[in-house]
Write a protein that binds this ligand. Structure first.
Ligand SMILES: Nc1ncnc2c1ncn2[C@@H]1O[C@H](COP(=O)(O)OP(=O)(O)OP(=O)(O)O)[C@@H](O)[C@H]1O
Length: 333
């Protein structure tokens, strides 16, 4: 992706390695990411493609055992060089995170309003009354009914959709500039999912938030994002504006994701499509293009090297040796 100087988030050649047996596995492999304020990028891919590890690296939440390489700059700060004190200020005030499971954000034994107030007081040194007032404003803003009363709820006293809203309120409590969202709507019913996505879009416009949104659902990515970055085996294999990627999906993996999503419009008797095979073992990835063993366009040359990014159109690129074959619908070399 391009790297305009106005970016609030810049990751360059990001790599994350974990120990695996006697060796190691590379969960994130040369990822470049760049976001401007007010922009949303969806990281899209199957389970194990490296989306969450990328997101956690941006928050510096990766385990100590992980080895991280490359560079991350957020709001002008060198994230990989932050001291523990700087990191505490960075998390919450600059960058905040929401999860699929609000249990990761809330402690079950404290009232939600107190947890939000505690976060605000810790970061801003204000009184409990002022912090409580901020909590109330946020609950109103995320449209939690009876907000005053709900602030005194414990997490288990709220429905799933309401807990997601409360978690969004907590994430926004210290007015961050960047929101990292790890499948925050995956566990919700379809109607609640849409409501939460619409709310996030509204809040983004209002606060000028940059959002990195992790999802395995291309429909959700289109709903929420300006740009899509498709991840496979730790690499971004295709990226571009939503409109361009959907109109002209160019990597065979992106095409497979779109085709497997099209079942929503299947006529009776038509067969459901699934990408054949499964993602590679990252401890022993296949040579060359990691998607090769699952790709219907595979030729021997695909195993020789990792494909570079090739421009499809302005701001849209894909890593595939067979792009011209795809254009012409041919399997021939
Ligand atoms: N702490 C860890 N130690 C070792 N390997 C890890 C660790 N965390 C993640 N991995 C590995 O890194 C790879 C990428 O995981 P990641 O969670 O980023 O995938 P994902 O695309 O977010 O999928 P999911 O939607 O299932 O979370 C996986 O192979 C996973 O097993």
């Amino acid at each position: 992706m391009s790297s305009p100087s106005s970016s609030i988030v810049e990751a360059r050649n990001l790599t994350v390695d974990f120990a695996a047996g006697r060796g190691s596995l590379r969960a994130v492999c040369g990822v470049d990411l760049s976001l401007k304020p007010g922009e949303t990028v969806a990281l899209l891919g199957e389970s194990g493609s490296g989306k969450s590890v990328t997101l956690r690296a941006l928050m510096r939440l990766h385990p100590n055992s992980a080895k991280i390489g490359g560079a991350i700059t957020v709001d002008g700060q060198d994230v990989l060089a932050l001291s523990p004190a700087q990191l505490r200020a960075y998390r919450g005030r600059i960058v905040s995170m929401i999860f699929q499971d609000p249990g990761l954000a809330f402690d079950p034994v404290y009232r939600i309003g107190d947890q939000i107030a505690e976060t605000v007081m810790r970061h801003e040194g204000c009184s409990h009354a002022q912090a409580r007032k901020r909590g109330l404003e946020l609950f109103e803003r995320v449209r939690i009914p009876s907000p005053e009363r709900r602030l005194d709820n414990y997490p288990h006293e709220m429905s799933g959709g309401m807990r997601q809203r409360a978690m969004i309120a907590l994430a926004l409590a210290c007015r961050p500039k960047v929101l990292l969202a790890d499948e925050p709507t995956t566990a919700l019913d379809a109607t609640v999912q849409i409501q939460v996505l619409l709310l996030l879009r509204e809040l983004q416009r209002e606060f000028g938030l940059a959002i990195v949104f992790v999802t395995h659902d291309i429909g959700v990515a289109v709903e929420i994002a300006d740009r899509i970055a498709v991840m496979y085996a730790g690499r971004i294999v295709e990226s571009g504006s939503c409109a361009s990627v959907i109109r002209n999906p160019s990597h065979p993996y992106t095409r497979g994701l779109l085709a497997s999503r099209a079942h929503a419009t299947l006529a009776k008797g038509e067969r459901l499509y699934a990408i054949p095979g499964s993602p590679p073992d990252l401890a022993a990835p296949p040579p060359g293009c990691a998607f090769g063993p699952r790709c219907d366009r595979f030729i021997d040359g695909c195993a020789a090297d990792v494909p570079e990014n090739i421009a499809i159109e302005a701001g849209h690129e894909a890593r595939c040796f067979r792009l011209s074959a795809l254009e012409h619908g041919s399997n021939a070399a």
